[in-house]
Design a protein around this ligand. Structure first.
Ligand code: XBP
Ligand code: MG
Length: 261
């Protein structure tokens, strides 16, 4: 197996590389509310609804407007609370509060071993994405991310395809040379909008029916000997329930074949 045709795999971060939302971002938002003297708190269910708005500052802004604040009040509060939240979340990462999803570092090393370039396209803030990826790669043996696109690099957040389009441009590859790995409806739509075939690994806040546009849906990344449940695999690229370099190369090839039809 070689990576001749598959040149790059572009990973989402939140919900994909790690389950960061329920016990990470959400907790940081609530601490930032408390530190600001606000009584607002986001419980797990409410946060799942709020997650439909990508971008923490954008999520706060919409929440404050829907809570009755004026646009100006909402903008000022969102900026202030998001700055505080980001510092709190960064500290959570630096202190090791968040671990990657099982199978992630194995997959990263698997791809690096066959020369496939790794990249990230996230709507999260670079202030915490950098330390997050540094800690993630400490667990890997040879993987490195050649390109990291964050919410700070784009004007429009997912499901807009801008983050993926920018990652492709910085990688100097076309959409047909790459595969995306995502967890959510917003993410799968963003990848599709950039013409990139997508693998979905739904997590805490997404379900198989949310990611129907993906070319492959697994319940987890899987491990040799501990396969994941295969939820949708129309091309038959991951019959063993393990997301590895071979499955990603096969998905790209099969999808290219779809495009030729
Ligand atoms: C998920 C997001 C992010 C995080 C919060 O990003 O929408 O906004 O929820 O991080 P992705 P910030 O799934 O694309 O990685 O507060 O830094 O935005
Ligand atoms: Mg995500």
């Amino acid at each position: 197996m070689t990576g001749d045709d598959l040149r790059a795999v572009i990973f989402d971060v939140d919900g994909t590389l790690a389950e960061t939302e329920r016990d990470g971002h959400r907790v940081a938002f609530n601490r930032a509310f408390a530190d600001a003297g606000l009584s607002d708190r986001w419980d797990e269910d409410r946060y799942g609804q709020l997650l439909l708005t990508a971008g923490g500052r954008q999520r706060l802004h919409r929440y404050f407007v829907e809570s009755g604040r004026t646009e100006d009040e909402a903008a000022t509060l969102a900026s202030r609370v998001h700055t505080a939240k980001t510092a709190i979340f960064r500290d959570m990462i630096v202190t090791g509060a968040l671990t990657p999803r099982p199978g992630v570092t194995r997959l990263l090393d698997d791809l690096a071993a066959v020369g496939i370039t790794l990249a990230v396209a996230t709507t999260g803030s670079r202030e915490w994405v950098g330390p997050f990826l540094d800690r993630l790669l400490e667990r890997a043996s040879r993987a490195r991310f050649e390109v990291v696109v964050t919410g700070d690099d784009v004007a429009a957040r997912k499901p807009d395809p801008e983050a993926y389009a920018l990652a492709l441009a910085r990688l100097s590859v076309t959409s047909r040379d790459a595969v995306a790995v995502e967890d959510s409806a917003n993410g799968v739509r963003a990848a599709a909008g950039a013409g990139v075939v997508c693998v979905a690994v739904p997590g805490d806040y997404s379900a198989p029916e949310d990611v129907v546009g993906a070319g492959l849906v697994l319940a987890a990344f899987g491990e040799p000997g501990a396969p994941a449940v295969v939820l949708h695999d129309p091309h038959g690229v991951a019959p063993g329930g393990v997301l590895d370099a071979r499955a990603l190369c096969a998905l790209r090839a099969a999808s290219a074949g779809d495009l030729l039809r």
